[in-house]
Design a protein around this ligand. Structure first.
Ligand code: ZN
Length: 358
């Protein structure tokens, strides 16, 4: 089963900041690399404004427009996997401190020139212990939250972020105009709406010298002169001019690049992406082991399977591969390497068109 990569995959991190990362993943099938890409994009939760109540809005923008803009603002979500609950898993009726962050935006323009309303004026309502008798560790969860949790990116930035996050403009007010808005932010996944994605971009490239001939370069006179090398070209040896074509070769090294929205450090996104894959595949592999054992007439206990087969120990890769047919959606962002398998599914989750308020 694990014949593809008996010693598991390998990761080389090329760069890592709070905002971006570049790493190369080798020893896995393309479907696995793509599953990781999709898990990082769509299975890592963040907190986002999802419900907006307007008490007053005399700005030039209609309520829906402002609600949409508020939904798209990334909020600091560091540690969200353990320090916040999804509303549907919470015992409260309509949102409490354990499953919701409340933000207020109250601005009135009293001066003659236009007043930009930005995320700098979007204030998080301080949390108080919701239900002290919560038996699922609610109060402890609140203690684990970083100080800036739920604050809009642009008002505050991640500590190690190399960029100075500027406040995001939400609307502008003329003299006498005002807005007074209550926003409720919940934990969610970008599977449901792209605003919850912790990444603004993620993609990978492979086979920088096109040894596998997954693409053909159109050129006028000289292909090399007309096509700039892919970013990863320096990491792989160029083929010899008369090297025979290897029909059996498969892509094995993927150069992944991810850029965060600022809601959490990118390394947390990568880690949670792997965890999401593990959480999905673990139970499936366990059941498969059990089914095979049953067919062979063996009795097998849950602990015999454990996470040994379900972890990232290489056994998972072939199974991901079998699910990979519809999942290959890589896009080459380096040298225009056309996507040989899928049709650029990248970003398809990012286009949530739904309104962010209910
Ligand atoms: Zn709650």
């Amino acid at each position: 089963m694990a014949n593809y990569q008996p010693d598991g995959g390998n990761i080389v991190v090329r760069s890592l900041t709070d905002d971006t990362t570049e790493f190369q993943l080798s020893g896995v099938e393309m479907a696995y690399a793509n599953s990781l890409r999709r898990a990082m994009m769509a299975d890592v939760p963040t907190v986002c404004i999802d419900q907006v109540s307007f008490r007053q809005n005399t700005s030039p923008l209609p309520d829906e427009f402002i609600a949409h803009r508020l939904g798209m603002i990334p909020l600091i979500s560091t540690g969200i996997k353990t320090n916040m609950r999804e509303t549907r898993d919470c015992s409260c009726d309509e949102g409490c401190a354990y499953c919701m962050v409340e933000l207020h935006l109250r601005v009135k323009c009293t001066r003659d020139e236009h007043l930009p309303v930005t995320t700098a004026q979007l204030d998080v309502v301080p949390v108080t212990i919701a239900d002290p008798n919560d038996d699922e560790g609610g109060p402890e969860m609140l203690k684990m939250r970083p100080r800036d949790f739920g604050q809009p990116v642009g008002k505050v930035a991640l500590p190690e972020s190399g960029t100075n996050a500027l406040p995001i403009v939400i609307t502008k007010l003329g003299k006498g105009q005002e807005i007074d808005i209550i926003c409720k932010a919940y934990k969610g996944l970008s599977k449901h709406h792209g605003k919850w994605s912790p990444l603004s971009a993620v993609g990978y490239e492979y086979d920088p010298h096109n040894k596998l001939r997954h693409t053909s370069y159109w050129f006028e006179v000289d292909q090399k002169a007309e096509w700039p090398p892919m970013k990863s070209a320096a990491y792989e040896a160029e083929p010899e001019p008369d090297e025979p074509f290897d029909y059996n070769a498969k892509p094995g090294t993927f150069y992944i690049e991810a850029e965060g929205t600022g809601s959490m450090p990118v390394k947390e996104v990568v880690r949670l992406g792997f965890e999401a894959l593990e959480d999905k595949l673990g139970p499936m592999i366990t059941e498969l082991y059990k089914a095979v054992a049953k067919e062979e007439g063996r009795e097998i206990e849950d602990e015999d399977v454990g996470m040994n087969g379900a972890g990232m120990n290489g056994d998972a890769a072939p199974l991901v591969q079998s699910y990979g047919a519809g999942m290959n959606g890589s896009y080459g962002y380096g040298g225009g390497n056309a996507d040989p398998y899928g049709n650029g599914a990248g970003g398809s989750y990012m286009n949530g068109g739904g309104m962010p308020y209910r």
